[in-house]
Ligand binder design. Structure first.
Ligand code: AMP
Ligand code: ZN
Length: 462
């Protein structure tokens, strides 16, 4: 296998060498289940799925673990403010458990709709509190953490490698512009491993330090070790996790275990909306249901995502999704024609396309290039062999090529052609056949065909 992936830690593309031959363990930071996933979140999980599919295409057995964060993710990264789950519970009058269950179910429906394979294990943070307490205790025992009035904190100065993933420097952070909000901390970016809970706090457990709840970062360390072992192959997440969440995971895991825990760190870039940030106040945090309500099948959104490599930002616009719809329809029509053909294609020709496809996907998941290879292949004379090879490619794309049927391709008709068609309709109503024929010729000369129907006309490409 010649798969290369970009490792954020080494800032380079590296050949993927699994720890165990033919097996790969992946841990992906999962959703915080207090709201619907928006399409930006879902881009991160399309990436997680593409990675898994590329590994499986290469013959590797994948164990994929994605946590469900149902406690500990505070509204502020500075270990202050309400827990996102509790905030939502207060706002809705429901319990955190009810909220977590509802949004976990919704999330699973969304990933099913997008053909994202369900991870092998999706552990909830609240089911693994004991494991987290063990890690915190060990860090305390070994001098990496300290107790304060409001919790247990990790001391970043005790880990010489702190900042290696994001390239930050502890001294800059101490003197940086960021406001120190928690006076209990020895260093501004020390982070909470455990928080002591006020009696009315909704989610709390017994611990050696009294009643409380875990910090967000510790869950990923405790659960990745539990389900994947002390060192595993790949850890994924969105780029926003690099500077805090993943930097903290590395620090606490390496101090706890005494060695490296993750071999490759992979991060997907953000999705922008209309070139800017997605935010509730702008009303642009769209969900899968919003796309469906506008008539777009979830698979079209997947196609839209696949057209940009995961390390590039992707800009979502409704026009862009519309173009993805048109392209996807054309793709399906070509696939149907190949499917319905009984002709064959020379094996050498097909092997060449297969090789180009594999080179693309194995070059740090260059899926856009692989889709380009597919489009070129579909221009070959119609043949069932081409369809069969496209089905192989679809093990990676997951774009439902096995279900293709003829799609009505919507074409963008220019205004001048529309005007000529309208004039022609009037001429026909007036039984002015010579004018009608002349207008038809004019339309044909512009590259369009016009067909009369019971209700008027249809315009197509010539
Ligand atoms: P959260 O539920 O907030 O923890 O986020 C879940 C995943 O979505 C994380 O991997 C984030 O990095 C990712 N994410 C959040 N916002 C965006 C966005 N606008 N574009 C792409 N990924 C995002
Ligand atoms: Zn995580």
């Amino acid at each position: 296998m010649q798969l290369k992936v970009y490792n954020t830690l080494t800032r380079s593309k590296q050949e993927l060498v699994p720890i165990k031959p033919n097996q790969v363990g992946i841990y992906s930071c999962g959703p915080t289940v207090y709201k619907y996933a928006h399409i930006g979140n879902l881009r991160a999980y399309v990436f997680m799925d593409e990675l898994r599919r590329v590994l499986e295409y290469n013959g590797l057995k994948v164990k994929s673990v994605m946590n469900i964060t149902d406690v500990g993710h505070l509204v502020s990264d500075a270990d202050d403010g309400e827990d996102k789950m509790s905030k939502s519970a207060h706002e809705t009058g429901k319990t955190p458990l009810e909220i977590a269950k509802f949004y976990t179910d919704q999330f699973m429906k969304d990933i099913d709709a997008l053909n994202i394979k369900r991870p092998t294990v999706c552990p909830c943070a609240t089911n693994n509190i004991k494991e987290m307490i063990e890690v915190v205790q060990s860090l305390l025992d070994n001098g990496y953490a300290y107790e304060t009035e409001d919790g247990i904190y990790f001391s970043v100065e005790k880990f010489p490698g702190y900042g290696q993933l994001s390239g930050i420097n502890l001294e800059d952070q101490r003197h940086g512009a960021r406001v120190e909000v928690n006076s209990f901390k020895r260093h501004p970016i020390d982070f909470a491993l455990w928080k002591k809970a006020a009696p009315n706090h909704l989610q709390q457990w017994d611990s050696p330090w009294g009643r409380g709840f875990p910090g967000w970062h510790i869950e990923c360390t405790a659960m990745s070790k539990k389900f994947l072992g002390e060192t595993f192959d790949i850890h994924t997440g969105g780029v926003d996790h690099i500077p805090i969440h993943h930097e903290n995971e590395i620090a606490q895991a390496e101090c706890w275990l005494g060695h490296k825990a993750v071999n490759y760190w992979m991060h997907s870039e953000f999705m922008l909306i209309d070139g800017g940030k997605m935010s509730k106040s702008l009303g642009n945090t769209y969900t899968v249901s919003d796309l469906v309500a506008k008539g777009f099948a979830p698979v079209v959104f997947r196609y839209f995502c696949l057209n940009v490599q995961y390390r590039q930002k992707i800009n979502f616009t409704w026009d862009g999704l519309e173009s993805a719809q048109t392209a996807y329809n054309k793709l399906c029509n070509l696939l149907v024609q190949h499917k319905n053909s009984s002709a064959t294609t020379d094996k050498a020709v097909l092997d060449d396309f297969r090789q180009r496809f594999e080179e693309a996907i194995n070059d740090d998941l260059n899926i856009p290039l692989a889709i380009g290879v597919l489009w070129t292949m579909l221009k070959l004379p119609k043949s069932n062999d081409v369809y069969k090879l496209a089905l192989q490619f679809d093990k990676v794309f997951a774009l439902d090529f096995d279900k293709v049927k003829e799609q009505k391709v919507e074409i963008a008709v220019p205004d001048n052609v529309k005007a000529l068609a309208e004039q022609r309709l009037q001429a026909r109503k007036a039984k002015n056949w010579a004018e009608s024929d002349r207008l038809r010729e004019e339309i044909v000369n512009l590259g369009y065909a016009i067909k009369d129907t019971a209700t008027g006309y249809e315009i197509a490409l010539k």
